[in-house]
Design a protein around this ligand. Sequence first.
Ligand SMILES: [Zn+2]
Length: 173
Amino acid sequence: MAVLDLRYYGDPVLRQIAAPIENIDDKLARFAEDLIETMLVKNGIGLAANQVGKAIRIYAVDPSGDDEGEKPFVLINPVIIETSGEQNGDEGCLSFPGLFEKLTRPQRVLVEAIDIDGNPIRLEREGLIARVILHEYDHLEGKLFIDYLSFLRRQLINGKLRKLKAGDIEVFR
Ligand SMILES: [Zn+2]
């Protein structure tokens, strides 16, 4: 397993729409392990392939903080089937080190995907893990959590965002 290099805000790959995965082979299985390893080493609870420079439809989720005993997993070619309710909370992103913003998301999500063994799966999650599933799904669509911020909030952090874009990854710490 290997820790992959993270891509930060300003990298064009974060705005790319990720391509569907057609083959679930050994190479993808290794990439999935690396994605999980990178997420854990960087203290994230989710990590999308775009964030390590590959615009393909896979992301890792670490549910261990929420559901006891559940191991980190990947979702391949996920489709959001349904969302409901509402939750408010702080959200961060490994591509924006140190930036946390209050964001409203649905409370519950139903997602269908393929697992790393090539089997179709259907997951229903609430709360924090629902938030992660939706945040990471956005990455596959080239969408970032700052896109949800109000115009005013965006204006307030704009200077720092520009520095992050210019390569100062410590700007929000
Ligand atoms: Zn993110």
